[in-house]
Ligand binder design. Structure first.
Ligand SMILES: [Zn+2]
Length: 500
């Protein structure tokens, strides 16, 4: 017995040595979980383009700002990570130092990349970092409503430039496709805090250390065959609002990306905003704090890429569809006029005016909204969910619970088979602020609690004017669509493996 075991060991050692030697120093720990062959059968490419406005421009995020930006702290970027599996299925994930993604900008790019590069809608994802120190992105008549002609002109010209740069970005990332290895890893960072506090009978925007949160920092690590780092895509669920001053800046997410790129020359670091609709960075409001939070997040990413990684396999599967979200109220023209005339603040008046303007233009007050939902599967190992709007953290927590690995179930499993079935469920990455940032997306809990994210903020959205709070079905419509798409993609993978 002893003899045969030591013999076995002897034979295995050279193979292990070889495997370890081939791995990059930075990916050394990945050997903890042996890479199946097709973890290295990917192609990946990355690109980045500066989008800092050159003309004086107004900034996005705080309605109280009335003057254009006064210069910049650092440049703003759009960045892309392109991946292609062994069968040629492609995905381009775009991140941006922007407040949001307007639906028509996404639609325009979707049509362009379909036509020029044959990339289907499901293979394109756009995410906004939600920095409140970026340029305003106004694309629709309601978003431009009421502004002076000069500002309208500048905003429109900026969007035109941005479109050209987005197309250039996708092209550059696809041109850069080259053999790569993709791993998933994660760590934690603690500066996000729930910002909904019940005080005087109402939910108010204040730090709540006892509120729900998601401190996970999910990471896709992309390495070249020589082991060097090509790209790092990382996420965090926290409003990118340490700052609210008059200079262009990527806030904590901008500083985190810059720190990672500086530490790893030749790497593109991309920040993917999570379900941080009801989360804020604390403390906040100084440039030093934005730098500190950025450094904290970058350190978590460095920790993640040093830790045990999960080599990801193909096939890549993606689906992109809309979920119909209904509103509670459908005000009539007379009611809107009353809203306008009785408004107690400039914001309420402008909101009513925009709704009336929209009614005039389209002949209706919106009763529902088709919100895009995207699900991307890396084999059975990683499910990436791209949710629209300013998604609150409940969505991330719920979808991870419903779709993801069940550590407790695995521990309590009666037999080995049940144990491995529970442990082998995918890891789940839920991003908010994807593809169309048109409103806050409250969970049913937050909708019922009320407050800013529950419906109070609806009046500030102008790309699509929001008639009022969502109906109570909002959470089930979104989660239901995620399950539907995920089940379909799983089904496709199973039927494919059967026919092969
Ligand atoms: Zn926000």
């Amino acid at each position: 017995m002893f003899h045969s075991r030591s013999h076995f060991r002897f034979a295995v050692v050279p193979v292990l040595l070889l495997a370890v030697c081939c791995l990059p120093a930075s990916a050394g720990r990945a050997a903890d979980e042996a890479a199946p062959d097709n973890a290295t059968a990917w192609k990946a490419g990355a690109a980045k383009v500066v989008i800092t406005p050159v003309e004086p421009m107004h900034m996005a995020g705080y309605a109280a700002r009335t003057e254009p930006a006064e210069g910049k702290i650092h440049d703003l970027y759009i960045k892309a990570l392109a991946v292609e599996d062994a069968k040629g299925t492609r995905l381009v994930m775009i991140t941006s130092d922007l407040i949001g993604i307007p639906w028509d900008l996404r639609k325009w790019l979707e049509e362009q990349v379909q036509e020029k590069f044959g990339l289907p809608a499901s293979g394109l994802l756009l995410n906004a970092s939600h920095t409140h120190c970026g340029p305003e992105v106004r694309t629709t008549p309601t978003a431009l409503y009421g502004l002076d002609p000069k500002r309208q002109e500048r905003a429109t010209a900026y969007v035109k430039t941005l479109q050209g740069k987005l197309l250039q970005l996708v092209e550059e990332s696809l041109d850069d496709l080259a053999p790569a290895r993709i791993d998933w890893c994660h760590a934690r960072a603690g500066f996000a805090m729930n910002r909904r506090t019940l005080a005087d009978g109402q939910y108010q925007n204040r730090p709540n250390p006892d509120g729900r949160l998601d401190h996970d920092v999910p990471v896709l690590r992309v390495t070249r065959p020589d082991g060097t780092l090509r790209a790092v895509l990382f996420g965090y669920a926290c409003h990118n609002t340490t700052l609210g001053f008059q200079q262009f800046c990527g806030d904590y997410a901008g500083f985190a990306q810059a720190a990672i790129e500086e530490a790893h020359p030749g790497t593109v670091a991309l920040f993917m905003m999570g379900c941080g609709g009801d989360q804020n960075p604390y403390p906040r409001r100084t440039l030093e704090l934005a730098q500190t939070h950025g450094r904290t997040l970058a350190t978590a990413v460095e920790a993640a890429i040093e830790a045990t990684a999960r080599p990801l396999n193909g096939p890549l599967k993606a689906a992109y569809e809309t979920a119909k979200l209904e509103y509670q109220d459908h005000p009539t023209k007379a009611e809107l006029e009353k809203m306008r005339d009785n408004a107690t603040s400039g914001y309420d008046r402008l909101h009513a005016e925009r709704l009336l303007f929209d009614l005039e233009q389209t002949g209706r007050v919106r009763s529902s909204y088709d919100a895009p939902i995207q699900v991307i599967r890396f084999s059975d190992q990683l499910v990436f969910v791209g949710l629209p709007g300013e998604t609150v953290v409940d969505y991330s927590l719920r979808l991870k619970r419903e779709l993801g690995r069940k550590k407790k179930e695995a521990a309590a499993a009666a037999d080995a088979e049940e144990k491995s079935a529970a442990a082998e469920r995918p890891v789940v990455w839920v991003a908010g602020y994807c593809n169309d940032v048109f409103a806050y997306i409250p969970s049913l809990r937050i909708l019922q609690e009320g407050g800013y994210e529950g419906g109070g903020a609806m009046r500030y959205f102008s790309t699509v004017v929001q008639p009022g709070p969502f109906a109570p079905s909002v959470e089930e419509r979104i989660v239901g669509k995620v399950h539907e798409l995920n089940d379909r993609l799983r089904g496709e993978a199973v039927s494919e493996s059967r026919t092969e």
